[in-house]
Design a protein around this ligand. Structure first.
Ligand code: ADP
Ligand code: MG
Length: 686
C-alpha cells in the first residue's frame, strides 16, 4: 500500500456542528468536509504510517472521533483493499455493525452489500467480488476462522470497541496474535474508547520470537504502536441526586420532563438497562405527552436497543426537527458503540444488564448491576459532543466515589464458557488453560464447561471434539446446548419443530411488552399457552402467525411482536440451510410434543430443576447445584409449577427467575445424560 502524505496541512480541527443527516441529501463535497472535520482526520497520515510499519497498532480515541467510520476508509484509500483483499472491522454488537456499515456506505456513496458490507449471525450482506470493507461481529469473525484459520482474505483486521472486553473480543485477540506469527503481513488495529493501552500493548508485545522468516519481504515491526487521538469533547456539568433513588425508571422519566421544562433545547440520551425498562420509560413518557401536553410538547421519544427494526434505527439517527427535542432511551449500546449527534443532556441510571456466571452453582445470570466509573464517565461524555452539556446521574456523588468500581470485569471472567471452549476446540486449540488469553478465565469455569460438553457428547475422554457430534455442534452458530437439541431432534423425528424453537429462542421476546396492559397480554398468551411449557407455546404462536398469512394485524391483536416473528422466520430459514448442510433431515412430529420435550431435554439437561415438595411459593431447586430458582412471570408455566422442568436461561431481580421453561419427565435426564446425573441424585427427590 501507498502512503498518502498530502493531508497534513489545511486541516480544520473541529468536532462541533457536524450534521448527521441521512435524509438531507448532501453532496459529495460536503461529505468530504464532514469527514475532514472529525478529530481522527488529523491523524490520517500517522495512522496509515503506523499500520504500514507495525504488525499491531493500538488506537485510543474518544467516542465520536471517527475511529470506526473513518479508519477503514483511510485504509481502503491507501490501497489495503487492492488485489482482492478485504479490510475487516469487528464490533461486539450487531446493531452497531449494521448502523456503522450503513453510515460508511452512505459516506462512500455506495450500497450496503457492495463495496461496503456487513455480516452478523444469520445475516450476510457482503459480496464476494465487490466487498472491500466488511463490518462484522467479533463472533462472526471467530466463526470464519473455522473455514479459514489464517483469515487469508483480510489484509487488515480492526478489532473495534476493544475496551468492552466482550468474550468474543478476548478470544479473537488471543487467536489473532497466533495468526500474526504465521502471517506477518496481516495488520491488526485494536481500537477503543478507553482501553488501558499499555496492558493491551504488553499483551501483543509478549511473544515468542519466530525464527526463520524469509528475508526480502518487508516485515512489519512486532512491537505494537500506540496512537492516541485527541478528541475535543465540550465540558459536561455533572449533577448527582442527593438521596439514593428507589425506582430509576420513574426517576429517569421525571428527570427528562424536568430537563424539558427548564433547559434550552438539545437532545436527551437516557441510559437504562434493557428492553423492559426502556419500553416502560417510553410508555410513561408517551402517556405523559398525551395527557399533559403542556410540559411535554415537542418531545420525540425513541427507544434504542438491539433487535430494533431498520425503520426504528433510522429514526434514531435522523436529525431532530427544528423546535423539537429528541429523547433517546438506550441500553449501554449508546455508551461507546454508536454516536448520536445533538445530545446535550445525559440521564444515567448507573446500571446496565450484565452477565454473571457462578461456577459453583453453575448458573449464568443476567443481572441489572451497577456500572463502573469508566462507564459512567463515558456516558457523561456523550453530552458534550456539540456544545457544553449536562449529565444527570441518578446516584449520589458519595456512591460514585466510594462504591463504583474503577473498571468493569472482562466478560470472559464472568461467563459460562461452554460456547467459548467448543469454539477453541473446533479451531484445534486443545490446551485451553494454556491459551494466550488477554485475561485468563477462571479454571473452575473451564472445568465446568468441559464437564457439560462431555455430557453433551461433544468432547471425549481426552477432551477432544467427538466426531461427528462435536464437529456438528460446533458448526451450528448457536449455543452448544441448542445445537445439541437440534441434533437430537434429528433422531427423535421432530427437527422441523425444534429448529422453530431454536429460532425463537435466539430472539429476545416474541411478545409485545405491555405495561399497563398485563391482563390483556396474559389473556392473549392463554390462547397459545401449552401445558407443556413455553417452547411448545412458541410452536403454537409460530403456526398461528403462518396461518394468518404473516399478518401484522394478527400480531397486533394477539400481543405478538411482528418484527420479532419476521426475524424468527428469517432466522429459521438460515438455520434450516445450515442444519441441512450438516446432514439433518427435516421432519415433523406433527402433534407429538413428547418428542419435542425430549429433544429439549437432550440439550438442556444441565438446566434441570425440581419443585420443592412443600414449597408454597413455587420454589424450585436446580438438580445440579441445589440453587433456589423460580419460574419467571412471563412464562406460561408461571403458577402452573410442574414438578420437573428444564429452563433456557436465568435472569435475576429480587430472585433468580427461569425464562423459557418446559416440563419434563425426570427419567429422561438419566436417559440423555447418565454420567451427569447419577441415580441417587434424582430418586429420593422424586
Ligand atoms: P468513533 O468510532 O470514534 O466513536 P464514529 O466513526 O462512529 O466514531 O463516528 C464519527 C462521526 O460520524 C460521528 O460523530 C457522527 O457525526 C458520524 N456518524 C457515525 N455514525 C453515524 C450514523 N449512523 N448516522 C449519522 N452520523 C453518523
Ligand atoms: Mg466506534
Amino acid at each position: 500500500p501507498r502512503l498518502l502524505d498530502d493531508e497534513e496541512g489545511g486541516v480544520v480541527f473541529l468536532s462541533s456542528s457536524i450534521s448527521s443527516s441521512s435524509s438531507s441529501g448532501y453532496g459529495y463535497a460536503s461529505v468530504e468536509k464532514q469527514r475532514q472535520r472529525l478529530p481522527v482526520y488529523k491523524y490520517r497520515t500517522a495512522i496509515l504510517y503506523l499500520v504500514e510499519t507495525h504488525a499491531t497498532t493500538i488506537i485510543v480515541g474518544e467516542t465520536g472521533s471517527g475511529k470506526t467510520t473513518q479508519i477503514p476508509q483511510y485504509l481502503k484509500e491507501a490501497g489495503w483493499a487492492d488485489g482482492g483483499r478485504v479490510i475487516a472491522c469487528t464490533q461486539p454488537r450487531r446493531l452497531a455493525v449494521q448502523a456503522v456499515a450503513s453510515r460508511v456506505a452512505e459516506e462512500m456513496g455506495v450500497k450496503v452489500g457492495e463495496e461496503v458490507g456487513y455480516t452478523i449471525r444469520f445475516e450476510d450482506l457482503t459480496n464476494k467480488d465487490l466487498t472491500l470493507i466488511k463490518f462484522l461481529t467479533d463472533g462472526v469473525l471467530l466463526r470464519e476462522m473455522m473455514d479459514d484459520p489464517l483469515l487469508t482474505n483480510y489484509s487488515v483486521i480492526m478489532v473495534d470497541e476493544a475496551h468492552e472486553r466482550s468474550i468474543s473480543t478476548d478470544i479473537l485477540l488471543g487467536l489473532l496474535k497466533k495468526i500474526q506469527r504465521r502471517r506477518p503481513e496481516l495488520r491488526l488495529i485494536i481500537s477503543s474508547a478507553t482501553i488501558e493501552a499499555k496492558s493491551m500493548s504488553a499483551f501483543f508485545q509478549a511473544r515468542k520470537v519466530r525464527r526463520g522468516l524469509e528475508g526480502g519481504d518487508f516485515v512489519p515491526r512486532l512491537e505494537p504502536a500506540i496512537l492516541s487521538v485527541e478528541g475535543r469533547g465540550f465540558n459536561v456539568q455533572i449533577h448527582y441526586v442527593e438521596e439514593p433513588v428507589s425506582d430509576y425508571v420513574q426517576t429517569a422519566v421525571s428527570t427528562v420532563l424536568l430537563i424539558h421544562d427548564k433547559e434550552p433545547l438539545g437532545d436527551i440520551l437516557v441510559f437504562l438497562t434493557g428492553q423492559d425498562d426502556i419500553d416502560a420509560a417510553v410508555q410513561f413518557l408517551t402517556e405523559e405527552a398525551r395527557t399533559n401536553r403542556k410540559n411535554s410538547s415537542g418531545l420525540i421519544i425513541l427507544p434504542l436497543y438491539s433487535g430494533l427494526s431498520r425503520a426504528e434505527q433510522e429514526l434514531i439517527f435522523s436529525p431532530t426537527p427544528r423546535g423539537k427535542r429528541k429523547v433517546v432511551i438506550s441500553t449501554n449500546i449508546a455508551e461507546t458503540s454508536l454516536t448520536l449527534e445533538g445530545i446535550v443532556y445525559v440521564v444515567d441510571s448507573g446500571f446496565s444488564k450484565q452477565r454473571f456466571y457462578n461456577p459453583i452453582s453453575d448458573i449464568e445470570n443476567l443481572i441489572v448491576a451497577p456500572i463502573s466509573k469508566a462507564s459512567a464517565r463515558q456516558r457523561a461524555g456523550r453530552a458534550g459532543r456539540v456544545r457544553p452539556g449536562k449529565c444527570y446521574r441518578l446516584y449520589t456523588e458519595e456512591y460514585f466515589i466510594n462504591e463504583m468500581s474503577a473498571e468493569g470485569i472482562p466478560e470472559i471472567q464472568r461467563s459460562n464458557l461452554v460456547s467459548c471452549v467448543i469454539q477453541l476446540k473446533a479451531l484445534g486449540i486443545d490446551n485451553i488453560l494454556g491459551f494466550d488469553w488477554p485475561a485468563s478465565p477462571p479454571p473452575e469455569a473451564m472445568i465446568r464447561a468441559l464437564e457439560v460438553l462431555y455430557s453433551l457428547g461433544v468432547v471425549d475422554d481426552d477432551a477432544k471434539l467427538t466426531s461427528p457430534t462435536g464437529f456438528q455442534v460446533a458448526e451450528i452458530p448457536l449455543e452448544p446446548m441448542i445445537s445439541k437439541m437440534i441434533l437430537s431432534s434429528n433422531e427423535l423425528g421432530c427437527s422441523e419443530e425444534i429448529i422453530t424453537i431454536a429460532a425463537v429462542l435466539s430472539i429476545q421476546s416474541i411478545w409485545i411488552s405491555a405495561r399497563g396492559a398485563q391482563k390483556e397480554l396474559d389473556e392473549a398468551k392463554l390462547r397459545f399457552a401449552a401445558a407443556e411449557g413455553d417452547h411448545v407455546t412458541f410452536l403454537n404462536v409460530y403456526k398461528g402467525f403462518l396461518q394468518s398469512g404473516k399478518s401484522s394485524r394478527w400480531c397486533h391483536k394477539n400481543f405478538v411482536n411482528y418484527h420479532a416473528m419476521k426475524k424468527a422466520i428469517e432466522t429459521r430459514d438460515q438455520l434450516k440451510r445450515i442444519v441441512q448442510r450438516i446432514g439433518i433431515v427435516l421432519k415433523s412430529c406433527d402433534s407429538d410434543v413428547q418428542v419435542v420435550r425430549k429433544a429439549v431435554t437432550a440439550g438442556f439437561f444441565a438446566n434441570a430443576c425440581h419443585l420443592e415438595p412443600y414449597s408454597q411459593s413455587g420454589m424450585y431447586k436446580t438438580v445440579r447445584g441445589s440453587q433456589e430458582v423460580y419460574i419467571h412471570p412471563s412464562s406460561v408455566l408461571f403458577r402452573v409449577n410442574p414438578k420437573w422442568v428444564v429452563y433456557h436461561s436465568v435472569v435475576s431481580t429480587d430472585r433468580q427467575y427461569m425464562r423459557n421453561v418446559i416440563s419434563i419427565d425426570p427419567s429422561w435426564l438419566l436417559e440423555v445424560a447418565p454420567h451427569f446425573y447419577q441415580h441417587q441424585r434424582l430418586n429420593p427427590i422424586q
